[in-house]
Design a protein around this ligand. Structure first.
Ligand SMILES: Cc1cc2nc3c(=O)[nH]c(=O)nc-3n(C[C@H](O)[C@H](O)[C@H](O)COP(=O)(O)OP(=O)(O)OC[C@H]3O[C@@H](n4cnc5c(N)ncnc54)[C@H](O)[C@@H]3O)c2cc1C
Ligand code: SF4
Length: 322
């Protein structure tokens, strides 16, 4: 297989109904939004696509409504729009920050929220050329029968590395999905499962159409650890949302990407009391993060380093919010 983009058929629906029909009727059809993930993967021979259903002509997917503080973002809204949106501040700041940290400016101009939430999982042994993978007998995620990361296991550990999911999960976001059986809405955290090959809970023919964020109080923030500061996927990314209860105690919600095959919520059982010493509290928070994440040998950076650095990042971000 060459490193050229293979032939495929392109369908450009103008409505969601047309897109659903195209997904059902076209053999081997896959969705394409900005194309910054799927086109790269097609060129590398990671996915075999006969027909691409291009969502970029569907106007309904491109609206963002910030109404009385509740937020609805269409799946086709670009990351550039999110990063620059004047309303995404305070409790919504993590959304704009995460969007602004995805890839480079050229990618963000076309890359969409929907594509980011559904982006393929990544691994050192998978995001390689066809000849490299063939020389290594492929792996469970693509036509092989072994996992090079965890050879004794029977599940792919490739890492979900989208920046947007944790930023939305800490705000209790839910996603709108439409498909051949109608529309449904599920919490964003329930869109994913811990399986690098089959990480999305979307049914065949379904399209993610929008993200809803309920009314928020407080503040939120997002940051990531990456090898190259300018353009790179997160080795780990952390979102934290903060608010105070009626007694002035500090409540945190925390979510992480890049360490597991799905973005994960980290359970923070107790608030930090108004007059409590923060140091022991944040030491416990770091331990909770270390226990919750499960980085594997899916990148060149050692799992233990990622485990320690994600917990340090989490406590740094949480401290900065109070
Ligand atoms: C050099 C480089 C650096 C990158 N760095 C980062 C990074 O730092 N962080 C990061 O998160 N990503 C990164 N990416 C990946 C990618 O650019 C982004 O994740 C982007 O947001 C993907 O959005 P898209 O619209 O281009 O998705 P597409 O490529 O169009 O689609 C991605 C996947 O989602 C599916 N899909 C798209 N829209 C929908 C929908 N509405 N419903 C259901 N499925 C859908 C597609 O079928 C495909 O499987 C990088 C990519 C490159 C090439
Ligand atoms: S985690 Fe294992 S199965 Fe999954 S892509 Fe990497 S080597 Fe392949």
């Amino acid at each position: 297989m060459s490193e050229f983009l293979p032939d495929f058929r392109l369908v450009r629906p103008q409505s969601l109904d047309q897109a659903i029909t195209a997904l059902q009727s076209e053999p081997g059809a896959r969705l394409c939004a900005g194309g910054t993930d799927i086109i790269v993967n097609m060129r590398r021979g990671l996915v075999e696509v006969e027909t691409l259903v291009d969502l970029s002509g569907i106007a309904d997917l491109k609206t963002l409504d910030l109404d009385g503080n509740a937020l609805r973002i269409g799946a086709g809204v670009t990351l550039r729009e999110l990063a620059q949106h004047p309303g995404l501040i305070g409790p919504y700041q993590a959304i704009a920050q995460a969007a602004g940290l995805v890839a480079g400016p050229g990618h963000r101009q076309v890359a969409t929220l929907g594509g980011n939430l559904c982006l393929d999982t990544r691994c050192l042994y998978y995001n390689q050329s066809h000849w490299w993978r063939k020389a290594n007998d492929f792996c469970l995620k693509y036509h092989g029968d072994i996992c090079h990361v965890a050879p004794k296991g029977n599940r792919c550990r490739a890492a979900f590395s989208g920046d947007m999911a944790p930023a939305l999960m800490v705000l209790d976001a839910s996603v709108e999905i439409i498909g051949p059986d109608g529309a449904r809405r599920v919490p964003l955290a329930k869109l994913y499962r811990e399986d690098g090959t089959d990480f999305l809970m979307l049914k065949p023919g379904e399209i993610l159409t929008a993200v809803h964020v309920p009314v928020q109080r407080g503040k939120s923030t997002y940051d990531k650890i990456r090898v190259r500061g300018a353009v790179d996927f997160p080795l780990a990314g952390v979102a934290v949302a903060w608010r105070q209860d009626a007694d002035g105690a500090h409540l945190f919600q925390l979510a992480v990407t890049g360490t597991n095959s799905m973005p994960i919520n980290v359970d923070i059982p107790a608030p930090l009391g108004k007059d409590e010493d923060p140091d022991p509290y944040f030491a416990t928070l770091e331990k909770l993060v270390q226990k919750a994440v499960s980085p594997q040998r899916t990148s060149t950076i050692a799992p233990h380093y990622r485990r320690l650095s994600v917990s340090a990042l989490a406590s740094r971000l949480a401290r900065a919010l109070i």
